[in-house]
Write a protein that binds this ligand. Structure first.
Ligand code: NAD
Length: 476
């Protein structure tokens, strides 16, 4: 595929390309342009040129374009889900959820668009004070490969509804669904130049987005260390940033929890998308009284996960997205074994057999008895490996849960209202779930505290983050 600049499909000026692999087989099935700072500059010029007309379109009109785009995405969701599975690896069913999540997000911001309002106050002595909410101009977006379609929706929905134009860089290992979605929006009436997609590496195109002075805001989703670099690169031009970064979410299972539900919650929370979700359950704390029974049920359930090519019927967990992430997860488990940091109860290796040849597969893994300083508790584990720790009380669980530099999501599983209140108050996270985990509706703000990020996506908050306030005092 080519990239999209000013409404035209185009190659990189250098003519170079990047190969896109299917992680289920390791085979290359398409290429995208290897853009550079020059290509990014062309996209910024296009977005600058398109800004005036788009920002002056009526609120209803902008909303209508998002609705029409969402409708077309839903109509083509099967084809889009298959493309997402081919480049990202997740099972088709999960890919379909993600495509529908993209459409939901566009519809949500399409509906908010028409109700966008500023403020007014009559100030005796000064006159009439108007607080107008105006779009920022050209915004930049940099997204990862784990949920490319959904995260693209989280960024373009509020940015475009607010009247901004955008330059977006997809991840190099999953750019095709994003490009296809951008093409669909063009067909739905989004004018050329309002949304431009430049493919290329993070070091060149990503950094150029963070540094380009004409881009007034950068919304970044990815790893903590990359987020810090983006923030530093954005500082000289004093541009706004939204940073949605890594996490190491705790899940606390109290003694009175519904065990079957909690086991399902932990399995979905950890192994959905092959463990490659920012808010996946990455540390599991279980009350001692139920720890043995719970771990036994969990291990048995994890053993029933069917690993394979996400397009095959019955497969419930696909491969990891790329070689780097597979190598990292394998190294983390190797370290656990070398340092005797717990018992691997199931998994702990790459599955063997012809069906897995060439692909980036790792078996779903449960490790119990993990000590405090284990790599599984201190680093972000971005793959299908779940450490289980037994705890003596809610206080101990909360202390463990908060012993991290991250702070994205967290969940507590109990029916006791006192424990729910204590956990909701005590957990240091941007999002706390009770008796559920991982679910992120577009209607409410989402983001992290500590090193998991800055500011919020989703909800009305995200729309506000794409608007500037302009105060006008009118003396009659
Ligand atoms: P990553 O940081 O390696 O890459 C993310 C994007 O940034 C890619 O498009 C990449 O090309 C680009 N990039 C790389 N270096 C850059 C640089 N120096 N300047 C600008 N851009 C650069 O992350 P990843 O491996 O693609 O994604 C996994 C990470 O994303 C995990 O840590 C996960 O927790 C996090 N994540 C967070 C959220 C959230 O909402 N908080 C959601 C999904 C994923």
């Amino acid at each position: 595929m080519q990239m999209l600049i000013d409404g035209d499909w185009t190659d990189a000026e250098s003519g170079e390309t990047i190969a896109v692999e299917n992680p289920a087989t390791g085979t290359v099935f398409d290429t995208v342009p290897l853009g550079d700072a020059g290509d990014l500059g062309r996209a910024v010029d296009a977005a600058t040129g398109a800004f005036d007309a788009w920002s002056h379109r009526s609120l209803r009109d902008r909303g209508r374009v998002l609705f029409t785009g969402a409708e077309e995405v839903r109509r083509r969701n099967g084809e889009l889900a298959a493309l997402l599975t081919a480049e990202q690896g997740k099972p088709y069913r999960e890919a379909l959820d993600e495509i529908n999540g993209f459409a939901n997000t566009l519809e949500y911001y399409g509906s908010l668009s028409a109700s966008l309002r500023g403020d007014y106050a009559k100030l005796p002595g000064y006159g009439h004070a108007l607080v107008a909410k105006v779009p920022l101009g050209v915004c930049g977006a940099i997204i990862p490969w784990n949920m490319p379609a959904l995260i693209m929706g989280w960024k373009i929905g509020p940015a475009l509804a607010a009247g901004n134009t955008m330059v977006l860089k997809p991840a190099s290992t999953a750019p095709l669904t994003c490009l296809t979605l951008a093409g669909i929006l063009g067909g739905a009436g989004l004018p050329g130049g309002v949304l431009n997609l430049v493919t290329g590496s993070g070091e060149t195109v990503g950094r150029a987005i963070a540094r380009h002075p004409a881009i007034r805001k950068v919304s970044f989703t990815g790893e903590v260390e990359t987020g810090k670099q983006v923030m530093a690169d954005a500082a000289p031009a004093m541009k706004r940033v939204t940073l949605e970064l890594g996490g190491s979410d705790p899940m606390i299972v109290c003694a009175d929890a519904d065990l079957a539900e909690a086991v399902e919650g932990a399995v979905r929370g950890r192994f959905y998308n092959c463990g490659q979700t920012c808010t996946a359950v990455k540390r599991l704390f279980v009350f001692e009284e139920i720890a043995d029974r719970f771990t036994e049920m969990l291990t048995e359930r994890v053993g029933s996960i069917t690993v394979g090519d996400g397009m095959q019927k019955g497969v419930t967990m696909g491969p990891l997205n790329n070689r780097t992430v597979l190598d990292r997860i394998a190294a983390q488990v190797a370290q656990v074994r070398e340092r005797d940091e717990g018992s691997v109860l199931t998994g702990g290796d790459m599955p063997e057999g012809q069906a897995f040849e060439g692909g980036y597969y790792y078996a779903p893994t449960v490790v119990s008895g993990v000590p405090d300083d284990s790599v599984l508790l201190t680093e972000e584990v971005f793959g299908p490996v779940l450490p289980v720790v037994a705890v003596g009380s809610l206080e101990e669980a909360l202390a463990y849960a908060n012993r991290t530099r991250f702070g994205l999501g967290a969940s507590v599983w109990t029916k006791n209202i006192g424990d729910i209140t204590q956990a909701c108050e005590g957990l240091r996270a941007g999002m706390v779930w009770v008796n559920q985990h991982l679910r992120i509706p577009p209607e409410v703000p989402f983001g992290g505290v500590n090193e998991s990020g800055l500011y919020r996506e989703n909800g009305y908050d995200a729309l506000e983050n794409y608007l500037e306030r302009k105060t006008v005092l009118i003396r009659p």
